[in-house]
Design a protein around this ligand. Structure first.
Ligand SMILES: Cc1cc2nc3c(=O)[nH]c(=O)nc-3n(C[C@H](O)[C@H](O)[C@H](O)COP(=O)(O)OP(=O)(O)OC[C@H]3O[C@@H](n4cnc5c(N)ncnc54)[C@H](O)[C@@H]3O)c2cc1C
Length: 191
């Protein structure tokens, strides 16, 4: 059957996108190239494999990533629900058992009646509606095709969770310092 939507990449973004579209009635074709074509960081054939930290950041309502989680929960995020089902103790953070998390996402995506999961590399952008969710380790062939479409010589990977902030740009009259793990706040004036 001709899909309504093609999703390229069954990582975190692609799994969520495929699920949300399918839940809204679209017939989704999800391409994941692993295990046929591995990346330099993924170690399994599972969808939504976390390649580094198993922490999804703070769960506290007064932290930016905690606010983001509240929004995602309100909007019915599929991945957040999977993360909460496979959570491990991590203080104020949401951390998961990475294997159980990826396994659960894979099982649910594969079991969705409107998602067809195909284990193949997409080398060129498809003609119809598509979401490119191939992540920072996009295969070289697709990256080359994207570069042609976008007209630039390079693609860039911005790590949203690790922005670089110039110290001089911080307004110290309202900023505070705190331990990442302890949660204790110190007025800047006392440091
Ligand atoms: C080594 C490393 C460490 C990282 N550590 C962290 C961290 O600790 N915390 C953090 O928040 N972020 C980290 N990141 C960033 C991390 O990759 C993203 O947070 C997250 O994985 C991005 O999700 P995504 O869905 O965009 O990409 P991914 O999770 O990488 O998913 C993309 C998927 O697309 C597939 N794919 C690629 N090309 C094709 C193709 N042509 N056809 C079909 N399938 C394709 C890949 O196999 C992959 O499964 C790290 C990245 C790397 C490379």
């Amino acid at each position: 059957m001709k899909p309504d939507l093609v999703v390229i990449g069954g990582g975190l973004a692609g799994s969520e996108a495929a699920w949300q579209a399918a839940q809204r009635g679209l017939q989704v074709l999800l391409h994941e190239m692993r295990p046929k074509r591995p990346t330099g960081a993924h170690a399994t054939d599972r969808l939504a494999e976390l390649v580094c930290s198993n922490s999804l950041g703070s769960n506290l309502p007064d932290r930016a990533s905690g606010v983001l989680k509240t929004e995602l929960r309100t909007m019915g995020s599929f991945l957040l629900a999977c993360a909460e089902e496979t959570a491990v103790p991590a203080g104020g953070a949401l951390a998961v058992d990475r294997e159980a998390f990826a396994e659960l996402v894979t099982e649910r995506v594969q079991g969705h009646p409107r998602i067809e999961l195909v284990r193949s590399e997409v080398e060129r952008l498809p003609a119809g509606p598509a979401i490119v969710a191939s992540g920072p380790l996009t295969s070289p062939a697709l990256a080359a095709d994207l570069q042609q479409w976008l007209g630039g010589p390079h693609l860039y990977f911005y790590d949203a969770l690790a922005p670089i902030v110039e110290y001089e740009s911080v307004d110290l009259s309202i900023a505070f310092r705190a331990s990442r793990y302890g949660g204790v706040r110190y007025p800047t004036a006392t440091i």
